[in-house]
Write a protein that binds this ligand. Structure first.
Ligand code: NAP
Length: 309
């Protein structure tokens, strides 16, 4: 069995910040970052609201910097996914997808969130065939084509602006006529001649034989059904916390899957802390994930240092 004083689950801004604070407090720290460490920012093209960057920074670039910073400070980053946590008090046993096990005195859960899908019938068949939850990753394949995007938050609007750079037309379909996205981003989209807002509308069906060829849309106010031909459908309707691996553990989760943690990031188990999008009901911002990760790192280091034999 491998041993570590602190195991951080997740290598996004929350996990990296937790690790940076803990390792600088003298705590031996390992991050289990999943198959591709970095979290949601790896799929974010440009970040303009992370303080300290005068010009927009790419999500991949920001995570690369954080990982290098962690490694320079002595944090080990594993490309392995945690499948379970066992125990009711420290030390805990953490099992990875590879079968590797760690005994950890403290744990920071910073596993982030993943895309929510629409839940339409036959949705799975179109995934990778024109249906995507990541415009940054798959938008390239839609060059010169008409696409649709669903959602009214920052992700949908930013993705629409991104896609409009190389698609012929972007239909942004939103179930209301008010938006969660920042006004400045909404204004940019409204001013873009390639972006068509389809409001008070929901996608009822994806059309196409083997790949997306269009969507059937219902206006929820008038009941009117229409079809929009498109080669790509991008879904940007929020995220769900990545906490399935905790279902058989004693760490308490809310009904929506978020880890229950107090304002000092303590979960219901001693020595287990939670930070970032897997525990955040409201903000889901990189800088807030980083801040809560720092809190978790401080708390975890205090726990380890207090209980160190
Ligand atoms: P979000 O803010 O939760 O927005 C999700 C959108 O999807 C909402 O407009 C929601 O509609 C809609 N929606 C949810 N479920 C739906 C369904 N089943 N069918 C149709 N529509 C559905 O998610 P997000 O845009 O991914 O953003 C997540 C967080 O990250 C937010 O805090 C956001 O500000 C942040 N973010 C920030 C930036 C940035 O600052 N640069 C960039 C990206 C994301 P309703 O509005 O009707 O509920």
């Amino acid at each position: 069995m491998n041993k570590t004083e602190l195991l951080v689950i997740g290598a996004g801004p929350a996990g990296c910040s937790a690790a940076i604070y803990a390792v600088r407090a003298g705590v031996q720290t390992v991050i289990a970052g999943g198959a591709m460490p970095g979290g949601q920012l790896l799929q974010t093209s440009e970040i303009e609201n992370y303080a300290g960057f005068v010009d927009p920074v790419g999500g991949f670039d920001l995570m690369d910097r954080m990982h290098k910073q962690c490694k320079r400070l002595g944090v080990e980053i594993l490309s392995d996914e945690v499948s379970s946590i066992e125990g009711e008090k420290s030390p805990y046993t953490v099992t990875m997808a590879s079968g590797t096990q760690y005994e950890a005195h403290a744990i920071v859960i910073a596993a982030g969130a993943k895309a929510r899908w629409l839940g339409l019938e036959g949705e799975d068949k179109y995934k990778g065939h024109g249906l995507s939850a990541c415009a940054t990753c798959d938008g390239f394949f839609m060059r010169g084509k008409e696409v649709c995007i669903v959602g009214g938050g920052n992700t949908a609007f930013e993705d629409a602006l991104f896609l409009a750079q190389f698609c012929t037309k972007v239909n942004l379909i939103h179930r209301r006529d008010a938006f969660r996205a920042d006004q400045v981003t909404v204004d940019q989209a409204k001013a873009n001649p390639k972006i068509n807002l389809v409001l008070n509308s929901v996608v009822e069906e994806i059309l196409g034989e083997d790949s997306v060829e269009g969507v059937k849309v219902k206006n929820v106010k008038t009941g009117e059904i229409s079809q929009i031909p498109c080669s790509g459908l991008f879904v940007a309707v929020g995220a769900v916390p990545q906490t399935e691996f905790l279902k058989n553990s004693l760490v308490a989760l809310a009904d929506n899957g978020l880890v229950l943690a107090d304002e000092r990031t303590h979960t219901t188990l001693p020595g287990i802390f939670a930070a970032g999008d897997c525990a955040d009901k409201y903000y889901r911002q990189a800088i807030i994930a980083a801040g809560s990760g720092a809190k978790a790192g401080i708390e975890a280091a205090a726990f380890v240092n207090l209980h160190r034999k």
